[in-house]
Design a protein around this ligand. Structure first.
Ligand code: NDP
Length: 318
């Protein structure tokens, strides 16, 4: 029997490909110039898709694969995959939970320190000769002892809280449901922002969190407050963020994610009050290897017995 077809959307490591190549007939979406023509020849043979958190499975691609049975996502966030459409067709979807918790927490700490300790400006001061020419760099702010609000206290949010403990913070959080944790719960995000020095966003994307960090939340955080977004760009109202930073109603923003990636608005790039990263929350060799291994494990398990190792909750019943 021939190997099932696998459509690959987005990148993969050599290690991933070396495990997949003997097991699947692999098609690369980026190499398909005419989707309809390709679908007529190969669409029916493709039973699995491997994709990432940014590209998902575009509707035209879903429609071109009548026998699609499994989608393995290379990432924990799956807001780019239409899970309703997948469930309706009986297509199973998996993602890569837990293996990236530590790295995204590291990225959060990086943004926190870079922002509060003025890393961009101090590094430029050292490099440019300003130290010799102008004297000592301006003082910065300590990360110690701050009140830090976590918006989304799930797998990664909890790891962020754990790793922040070296700074002796007061941790508070907002989620839709109260958790069994030793931190103060705020049912209202604006009220939490008022109480915080730093607000860390680490919810999933999608409709339920779209722009929940709005003008009111940003202004409640205040002129000395810092916003850190390592979740999805859609969670923060980017226009309101730019306005709050420009007017000084918000102090600082550390951002790994943006509304229209890879585009970053010029106002955020030009601002003195921002630390910007190109969506690298989990992007280390070590963590991508672990995510890649789990992405492939899901596909191989599905090929062996039709089940997925780490299905997304919406599809776990399939
Ligand atoms: P989890 O599902 O473990 O946690 C999600 C948390 O968000 C839960 O505490 C949940 O609690 C809360 N939440 C969900 N919806 C809402 C809402 N509408 N309002 C308030 N809180 C909400 O996910 P993970 O921790 O594993 O991952 C979180 C997200 O981080 C991913 O979905 C992804 O978008 C992002 N991410 C970003 C990365 C990067 O590179 N920057 C890398 C990896 C992940 P409750 O259900 O009670 O509301």
């Amino acid at each position: 029997m021939s190997n099932p077809g696998l459509l690959k959307i987005g990148g993969a490591t050599e290690e991933m490909m070396s495990r997949l190549t003997p097991e699947f007939t692999i098609h690369e979406l980026s190499e398909i110039s005419d989707l309809d023509a390709w679908a007529r020849e190969h669409g029916a043979s493709v039973e699995a898709v491997m994709t990432n958190g940014h590209d998902g499975v575009p509707p035209a691609v879903m429609a071109a694969l009548p026998n699609l049975k499994a989608v393995s996502g290379y990432g924990v966030g799956y807001d780019a995959v239409d899970t309703d459409a997948c469930v309706a067709r009986g297509i199973k979807v998996s993602h890569t939970p837990n293996v990236l918790n530590g790295e995204v927490a590291n990225t959060t700490l990086l943004l926190l320190l870079a922002g509060l300790r003025n890393f961009r400006h101090d590094e430029a001061w050292a490099r440019s000769g300003d130290w010799e020419a102008k004297g000592n760099a301006p003082l910065s702010n300590s990360p110690d002892g701050k009140t830090i609000g976590i918006l989304g206290l799930g797998r990664i949010g909890q790891e962020i809280a754990d790793r922040l403990s070296v700074f002796n913070p007061t941790i508070v959080y907002h989620t839709r449901t109260k958790k069994d944790v030793p931190y103060t719960y705020y049912a209202d995000l604006v009220e939490m922002a008022k109480a915080c020095d730093v607000l860390v966003c680490i919810t999933p994307g999608g409709p339920s969190t779209s722009k929940i960090v709005n003008k009111d939340v940003l202004e409640a955080l205040g002129p000395k407050g810092m916003l850190i977004n390592v979740s999805r760009g859609s969670v923060v109202d980017e226009d309101a963020l730019i306005a709050a930073l420009d007017s000084g109603k918000l102090g600082l923003a550390g951002l790994d994610v943006f509304e229209r990636e890879p585009h970053i608005p010029d106002a955020l790039k030009a601002s003195d009050r921002t630390v910007l990263l190109p969506h690298v929350g989990s992007a280390t060799h070590e963590t991508r290897a672990a995510m890649g291994a789990l992405t492939v494990d899901n596909l191989l398990q599905w090929k062996a017995d039709g089940s997925l190792k780490t299905p997304v909750p919406e599809c776990a019943h399939l």
